[in-house]
Design a protein around this ligand. Structure first.
Ligand SMILES: Nc1nc2c(ncn2[C@@H]2O[C@H](COP(=O)(O)OP(=O)(O)OP(=O)(O)O)[C@@H](O)[C@H]2O)c(=O)[nH]1
Ligand SMILES: [Mg+2]
Length: 328
């Protein structure tokens, strides 16, 4: 073994030897490759690690043994709106989640980096929205649980790669989703009756807008795409277009926010309560505390649709940015 191997390499090699899962082994090999000093003396080792990585990627993670139970991977809901990023390998999904939130999913310049879901919180103004990064959709390496989780999403964000061939990306993603009977639609209520219950609000997120040739590819995409899904060209790198995505999620999920206020005190503007269009004062009460709904005598509202301090009861339908003073 060549001398002068870096501490990073040695640490990764220890992890490789100790790893029991496919993911940990692969990750350790990648770290070994990143940490190995690049010179003539290590060329053979580099080639060996590369071929081990290639073999592992080719084989994919071990399937659950027949009769055994496959590991259940689930995404927990963390906000009133939950959007999921779906698309082919290397399209830029994890980079988008990094750019939209504080989450730090791994990003790498090769396919099949993401193995497990990762959630982050993006904001439309002061409204938190959950965005979930998932492993790629691919015919070569299908992971049925990914589409299973996508069924729980409120909105599907179909990510295509403007640096390569966005139209093929979209067609393949739509094919895989529709094969699994999940139907991305601009307006699910307008879908044919037979599939309406399996239709989901969706948009196309065209990623890597900053990359060479991306704008020409975007023009060609616009020309050739014959569907009606909303399209958001964005760059995770330059942040161009990113703000449109939380705004779209807020609208599509028909959210609104209201601020609660105690009598005689100023409203708490730091923490909005996130509700859905059509929700009433009673729904707000339930969100604050289950006893509040029963004990509510009346509320006073400050907002664009009332005169200041207007007195209402539990069935009053709230509006975005209303300030609500509850009297129990
Ligand atoms: N120029 C440019 N490159 C990007 C952008 N977003 C992602 N990339 C690059 O594209 C490659 C793949 O990015 P990821 O975010 O890991 O892609 P992914 O879709 O999560 O990939 P998988 O997890 O394998 O499905 C990385 O090399 C990123 O640096 C972008 O906005 N601009
Ligand atoms: Mg990823």
């Amino acid at each position: 073994m060549p001398a002068n191997l870096s501490p990073e390499f040695k640490e990764a090699e220890q992890r490789y030897k100790a790893a029991t899962s496919w993911e940990d082994k692969l990750r350790a090999l990648e770290d070994m490759l990143a940490g190995i000093p690049k010179h003539k003396g290590t060329e053979k080792m580099q080639a060996d690690i590369k071929s081990r990585i290639a073999r592992m990627r080719e084989e994919g993670p071990p399937k659950a043994k027949s009769g055994g139970r496959s590991q259940a991977i689930t995404v927990d809901r963390e906000a009133e709106a939950m959007a999921m990023l779906l698309g082919p390998p290397n399209a830029g999904k994890s980079s988008l989640l990094r750019a939209l939130s504080k989450a730090q999913p791994e990003v790498a310049p090769y396919p099949y980096t993401t193995q497990l879901p990762c959630s982050g919180i993006a904001y439309h103004e002061d409204v938190p929205l959950q965005v979930v990064d998932l492993p790629p959709l691919s015919a070569e390496r299908p992971l049925p649980w990914v589409i299973g989780q996508a069924r729980n999403a409120d909105v599907l964000l179909l990510v295509v790669d403007l640096a390569v061939d966005p139209l093929s990306d979209l067609h393949e993603t739509l094919r895989l989703l529709e094969e699994a009977k999940l139907y991305p639609r601009r307006d699910p209520a307008a879908a044919e009756e037979a599939i309406r219950h399996r239709a989901k609000p969706a948009a196309i997120v065209a990623a890597k807008l900053d990359s060479p040739g991306a704008r020409e590819n975007l023009d060609a995409f616009r020309e050739l795409y014959d569907g009606d899904l909303p399209l958001f060209p964005v760059s995770a790198q330059s942040a161009e277009g990113l703000g449109e995505i939380p705004a779209f999620l807020f609208r599509t999920c028909r959210l609104m926010r209201v601020y609660a206020k105690q009598p005689g005190k100023p409203p708490d503007m730091d923490r909005p309560f996130v509700l859905h269009e059509g929700d009433t004062v009673a729904v707000l009460c339930e969100q604050i505390h289950k006893d509040f709904a029963q004990n509510l005598k009346f509320a006073r509202i400050w907002g664009a649709h009332t005169f200041d301090g207007q007195r209402v009861i539990g069935d009053y339908v709230l509006h975005d940015k209303d300030v609500v003073e509850l009297h129990l």
